[in-house]
Design a binder for this molecule. Structure first.
Ligand code: ZN
Length: 78
């Protein structure tokens, strides 16, 4: 079962986005972002948050709950 990332919905993409960022994955070339300005803007916001978290906690991995907070914040914004 192939998953075509370029056809995934914004909700599907956003479900995975915080996890990708949390794992340090580079999402800038993700096919969904090529045609979705909304998700590009959301990703930019999340990367700003992630960068701030790395500066606040340079020596530790952000706990999973940080990303859960971000994910639930995204879902509340819908
Ligand atoms: Zn989208």
């Amino acid at each position: 079962m192939n998953h075509d990332f370029s056809k995934m919905s914004c909700a599907e993409f956003q479900d995975q986005m915080a996890g990708f960022i949390g794992s340090g994955e580079d999402l800038s070339a993700h096919p969904h972002l090529k045609h979705c300005a909304d998700c590009r803007a959301l990703l930019a916001d999340l990367e700003t948050i992630a960068e701030a978290a790395r500066q606040l906690f340079p020596s530790v991995e952000p706990p999973d709950e940080v990303w859960e907070h971000i994910e639930s914040a995204i879902k509340r914004g819908d």
